[in-house]
Write a protein that binds this ligand. Sequence first.
Ligand SMILES: Nc1ncnc2c1ncn2[C@@H]1O[C@H](COP(=O)(O)OP(=O)(O)OP(=O)(O)O)[C@@H](O)[C@H]1O
Ligand SMILES: N[C@@H](Cc1ccc(O)cc1)C(=O)O
Length: 676
Amino acid sequence: MAPRTMQASSLGAQSTLCRRCLKLKITTSSQQKRHIGLKVLQKEKLAAEAWEVRANRITEGLEKNLWDVFKERGFVKDIAGTETQVWEIMRKKRIGAYVGVDPTAPSLHVGHLVPLMALFWMYLHGYRAMSVIGGATARVGDPEGRMKDRERIANSDAVLNITKTHYQLKRIWMNVEVQGRRFGYEKNWAWRRGIMNNTQWYNSLSFTVPVHRLFSSVRVSTLLSRDTAKTRMASGAGMPLDEFIYPLMQAWDWWHLYSSPLGIQMQIGGSDQFGNIVSGVDAVKHLRDTELHPSKRIPDTLLNTPIGFTTPLLTDSSGAKFGKSAGNAVWLDPFMTSSFDLYKYFMRRPDTDVENLLRLLTFHPMEKISEIMAEHSRDPSKRVAQHILAYEVVALVHSDQLAKDTQMQHRTLYATKTGNTNNGTDELYAVAPSSGQPERASWPDDIHKVTPTVQKAAEFKVDIELPESLILGKSIQRILHASGLASSASDAHRLTLAQGAYIGGSPGQPSQTNKGMPLGELTFTPVKAWFPSDTKNFLIAGKLLILRRGKHFIRVVKMISDEEWKASGKIYPGEPGTGKVRRLKAALQAIDPTLNEKDMRNLRTDVAKLEESALETPLLNKDEGVRPVSWKRRGDYVRPEPLKRRDARIVALREQLKQKVEAIKKMEQSEEGGDS
Ligand SMILES: Nc1ncnc2c1ncn2[C@@H]1O[C@H](COP(=O)(O)OP(=O)(O)OP(=O)(O)O)[C@@H](O)[C@H]1O
Ligand SMILES: N[C@@H](Cc1ccc(O)cc1)C(=O)O
């Protein structure tokens, strides 16, 4: 049976044929009705048949159950349910699985990749995979393993964290598609993946519903018997009620996902989540078995059993779990940890850990990992395995291209100036870079000493800060330009005309009266040519703007006072009085204060040419003194002495200019940041 139909029937849904459109009408609850075309049904039937064939092949030992892959790669720490149950359910049913992440920081970190990788494997093997952002649960915070009450998150931070986490996950999911293709997984019509936020159901949930349906069945003693609660009680400090019932909130999420047409039957989490997952299993079973609405009832069968498992925790060198709370996270956000530093972090993993990390964090098959390790052990100083690990993680988190560039950058940086152009590792690299730069034969000591770019989350709350006079006084197009989402104000104008730019706010409300982004939700409205005074309606907590270009390019802008802006010494693209021409003029005058306007104009033209030719094309003909290339004169031309002197001065100035132009460019690049 096709997944959707199967889900519909397992949920007790009724199907009837619509007489008007001759499509099958599936009724999953008293309110929800969906029309499914015959073509879709046919596809679902084919997908179900393929799944059945696969299940039989697993029984016959011709194919591996993904569960066995999880086990051999070291993904399984603890299981909620029995192993036989999980094995059989995964064999027979195209179940859905989810991993939840609380957006308590503006970025995911390396530790999150472990449970997420298990989810990505599920997706690549045809299961439904959901990554859930805990927009609602983050307002409470999981008390698991904490000795003290959690600090509550400010509204503006909640919005910011949700936005950043959402787009980070989106990018990673896109990369999973790319990596899936690279590793030979053929995308199938039935594959389903997504990102959800639990505010989607919490914001419209009546308080009495979970109270009646779930809380009434849970004994306080059960919650009190959990380690965290016991420790907090024993310390005499106790714990706030919201943290105390946090496991029930997480359980409600699972119930919501389980009973939805997605049929999310499995929860995956880091090993600290085991308690929450086990209570989730009990809660989902209870809610399922006490369902009163006949059309929503799900039978208590093996194939409908909620199951879960936890993955091992990634720890730092002292054995502490990488996490936000511990303050030792290696972030995935490029603004917080550059791709180079992320690469470097994995280059520093000790040989004893690298095989395990290759299994957990890459899609390389086990046989390939054995080959890599064999090659690695032939000469560990080349750090072949670490290079491949670092490459794969950067490709997953950022992109293949960036991984290639970062690897090249790394090789160049650690290259010797002499000899040995091939250290024999090239063929093992995920890409086969041949930069001509020899790799250092043995690794310099400093590579082990460099401290990781572990940044405090609080220092990196926003992508860019911009002054109040711009945000409240200039057009939204100028703001888009200043934030780096458009190459100029006119580009921004074209973009808004084509409805390609968005701002975080309430959808469907005019700019003059827009109420802004609802708390905890990520909603956008297209940017229009509104009055500058309307932009303030989109400010979150009076200071944050969330801007988006197209689907993925996002900037979180913080408004600061003009005084703070001035004191920062920065300039933003398009800032009045700081144009390129003006800056060049100032640079020229700094080089030679005696230059007159005409000289400067000539030099500026030269600079433009220099820039165009990427500072490489020779501007002078070999024997022509300083005559520009365009002066096509005969060889017997003799340049008068005063002109020669002037030329010599210009040559010297050009040299200095080249450096200035480079410096200005670098400054611009670093100001613009980038959605690499
Ligand atoms: N170091 C880690 N190794 C493996 N899994 C991790 C690690 N850190 C977090 N996870 C898992 O990622 C998922 C989401 O974690 P979440 O962001 O909610 O918490 P966290 O990073 O542990 O933050 P906090 O320290 O605030 O609790 C959970 O399943 C969690 O167990
Ligand atoms: N409690 C999890 C995050 C989470 C949130 C909501 C869920 O439904 C599931 C998981 C953690 O702190 O790591």
